[in-house]
Design a protein around this ligand. Structure first.
Ligand SMILES: [Zn+2]
Length: 479
C-alpha cells in the first residue's frame, strides 16, 4: 500500500493535482455503485440535492436537546450547550453516587442539565472529569458539584490552560472566536456551531470552573462510586485530552477526539499547531479498547461494537491521509495554496456522514499541517518580500483602469455568482481606502454569498459575523 502510494506520487511532477483527481475519478468508477443510485443522481431534478446551507441547517437536528440513556446508569445531555455532559450512576458502601464527565461552558447551561439529571438521580456527585481545558467543557463544574465536594480529575496541564485569562493574544483570539461561533448572529442567519447548537457566552458571569485535585499524566485506574474507570491521556484536539473508559460497561467517552464532523485539525479562531499525528495515534489507542458504547462530548452517542470500530477507524484514516498527502505534496515543492485546492479525502472517507466538513475542513487542515512543519513561508521566492497591500492595490486599480472600474468589476463578479473574486477585489479597494463604504458593503454582500456555499459552520459563522462588522464600518464611513 505504502509503495503503491509513493509510486502514485512519483508520477505527480509536474501536475500532481490532475493526477490525484484522475485517481479519485478511477476510484469513483471502481466504487461499484448500484445502477439505480447512479441514475437517480443524473435524473434527479436540480432541487433534489441539498445545498451546503441546507445540509448545515439539517445538521442542527443532531443537537436537539435531549438527555439520552446510553445504557443502564449512563446518560448524556446533548443539545443544552455547545458540549455534552455525561452522567454515570454508581453505588458503593457510602451509598449511591454519580460521576460527571464535562460540565459545559456556562453555569446557566449546567443548571438546565442538572435539573434534567436530578429527575434521574439526586445522588451526590463523587467525581467530575474534564476531558480537556476548552471553555465549553469546564465552565459549569460548580453547578454540578454543589456542596458535594467531589474529586475533580484532569490532565496536569488543564488547570493552567483553563485559567489562562490574560494570554498575550487574547484580544484578537476572542474577536476571532466570536466570528467562528457566530456569536450575536440573529436566528435568520445563525444555524449551529457544527459540533453543538450554540456557544453560550455570559459576560460577567464568574466561571464555574473548579481546579482539579487529581491529575492524570498518563493513565489512571480508579473506582468511584463502585464504577471502575480507566482515564487515559490521549492528545488530539488538545494536548491535554483525556478519554474515560468504563470496562464493566464497555463504554468509552472520547472527549473531543471524536465528534460527528470532520475533525477540527485547525481552528480558525487561531490556535497553535495541533500535531495531527498524535490525534490519529490516540484514535488507535481508543480502538484498542473493547467498546460497545461511544459517548462523545459533542454530538450523539454511537451504539454497537462494529459501528464504533468502523467510525473511529475511518476518522483516524481521514486524519492520517490528509497528513500524508500534505507531506507528500510539500516534499514536491507545492505551496499551501496549491495543496489546499488539490487535496481531497478519498471518496470512501468523504462519503461518511461523520466526516462531513460541518466543523473542520480538509483545506484548513492542509494549510495547518504545512505551517506546522514549515512555518509561514510557502517556498515561493516572490513571497519573501511581497508588496505591501496598499501598494499592490494601487497597481491592481491601475490595471483595471481606476478604482471605480475595479469596484465595477467586483460588483459584476458578485452579480455573476463569483463571490470569492468579488471579495478579493474588494480587499484591494479597502486597502486603497479603508473608509470606502461602497467596497465595505460590497465585501459584506460577497461574504454573505460565500456563507451560503459552506457546510462548515465555522466558515459560515466567520463570513457572516465579518459581514456584520463590515456593514458597521461602512455606516461609520458614510459622511
Ligand atoms: Zn469541545
Amino acid at each position: 500500500m505504502r509503495t503503491h502510494h509513493w509510486k502514485k506520487f512519483a508520477d505527480m511532477i509536474p501536475h500532481p493535482a490532475r493526477h490525484v483527481s484522475g485517481q479519485a475519478r478511477r476510484e469513483l468508477f471502481r466504487a461499484n455503485l448500484p445502477l439505480t443510485s447512479i441514475l437517480l443522481f443524473f435524473l434527479a431534478p436540480s432541487g433534489f440535492a441539498q445545498s451546503p446551507a441546507e445540509k448545515l441547517a439539517a445538521h442542527t437536528n443532531e443537537f436537539r436537546p435531549e438527555v439520552i440513556e446510553v445504557t443502564e446508569g449512563v446518560h448524556v445531555a446533548v443539545g443544552f450547550a455547545l458540549a455534552n455532559s455525561i452522567l454515570i450512576e454508581g453505588e458503593d458502601e457510602r451509598g449511591p453516587g454519580v460521576i460527571i464527565i464535562d460540565t459545559t461552558e456556562s453555569q446557566a447551561a449546567a443548571k438546565a442539565i442538572k435539573a434534567e439529571f436530578d429527575k434521574i438521580t439526586t445522588a451526590p456527585v463523587r467525581a467530575i472529569i474534564y476531558t480537556h481545558f476548552h471553555a465549553d467543557h469546564i465552565g459549569g463544574a460548580k453547578v454540578f458539584a454543589g456542596d458535594d465536594n467531589p474529586d475533580v480529575y484532569s490532565h496536569p496541564t488543564t488547570t493552567a490552560r483553563a485559567t489562562e485569562l490574560d494570554g498575550p493574544v487574547n484580544p484578537i483570539y476572542l474577536r476571532r472566536a466570536v466570528r467562528q461561533f457566530g456569536i450575536g448572529l440573529g436566528p435568520d442567519l445563525f444555524m449551529n456551531c457544527g459540533i453543538g447548537p450554540r456557544l453560550h457566552v455570559s459576560l460577567g458571569q464568574a466561571s464555574g470552573f473548579i481546579p482539579a485535585n487529581i491529575t492524570v499524566e498518563d493513565e489512571l485506574e480508579v473506582t468511584v462510586a463502585g464504577v471502575k474507570l480507566k482515564i487515559v491521556h490521549a492528545p488530539g484536539e488538545t494536548a491535554d485530552q483525556l478519554y474515560v473508559y468504563l470496562p464493566e460497561r464497555k463504554l468509552l467517552a472520547p472527549g473531543d477526539n471524536y465528534y460527528k464532523a470532520f475533525p477540527n485539525l485547525y481552528a480558525i479562531r487561531g490556535v497553535p499547531y495541533r500535531d495531527v499525528r498524535h490525534w490519529a495515534d490516540s484514535l488507535d489507542l481508543m480502538l484498542g479498547e473493547e467498546v460497545d458504547f461511544l459517548v462523545p462530548s459533542h454530538s450523539r452517542p454511537i451504539v454497537g461494537t462494529e459501528a464504533i470500530r468502523d467510525t473511529l477507524t475511518a476518522y483516524r484514516d481521514a486524519i492520517r491521509s490528509v497528513h500524508s498527502m500534505t507531506l507528500e505534496g510539500m516534499n514536491r515543492g507545492l505551496t499551501p495554496d496549491e495543496l489546499a485546492h488539490e487535496i481531497a479525502l478519498a471518496p470512501e472517507l468523504a462519503s461518511q456522514p461523520y466526516l462531513e466538513e460541518f466543523y473542520g475542513t480538509v483545506s484548513w487542515s492542509v494549510r495547518s499541517i504545512f505551517s506546522g512543519y514549515m512555518g509561514w513561508f510557502d517556498g515561493n521566492a516572490t513571497n519573501l518580500f511581497p508588496l505591501a497591500p496598499p501598494d499592490r492595490a494601487r497597481r491592481m486599480a491601475e490595471l483595471a483602469g481606476g478604482a471605480e472600474k475595479l469596484l465595477a468589476q467586483a460588483t459584476d463578479a458578485l452579480a455573476a455568482g463569483d463571490a470569492q473574486w468579488a471579495a478579493e477585489l474588494c480587499d484591494n479597494l479597502i486597502a486603497l481606502d479603508p473608509a470606502d463604504g461602497g467596497a465595505l458593503n460590497l465585501k459584506a454582500n460577497a461574504l454573505t454569498a460565500l456563507a451560503e456555499e459552506q457546510v462548515s459552520a465555522n466558515a459560515r459563522n466567520y463570513y457572516l459575523v465579518s459581514a456584520v462588522e463590515l456593514r458597521v464600518a461602512a455606516r461609520r464611513a458614510l459622511p
